[in-house]
Ligand binder design. Sequence first.
Ligand SMILES: [Zn+2]
Length: 70
Amino acid sequence: MTKRSDSDTERFREKEIREKRHQEQMPGTDEEPLPPPADPIRTEGKPKRNDPCPCGSGKKYKQCCGKQGA
Ligand SMILES: [Zn+2]
């Protein structure tokens, strides 16, 4: 006679479900996901007005491409 505790079965089931979920998230691989590409500087679309212009002119952005009313 073998006594099996319910908690044992449940544990096994939980593990199965977890593994299934894992496979769904990353199909065909159990490698660790690559870290996102590192952005050295996070520009939010626009450079700051007092920063050097991204066009490489050496001027401040506000005096170059960021000039208003141009
Ligand atoms: Zn510029």
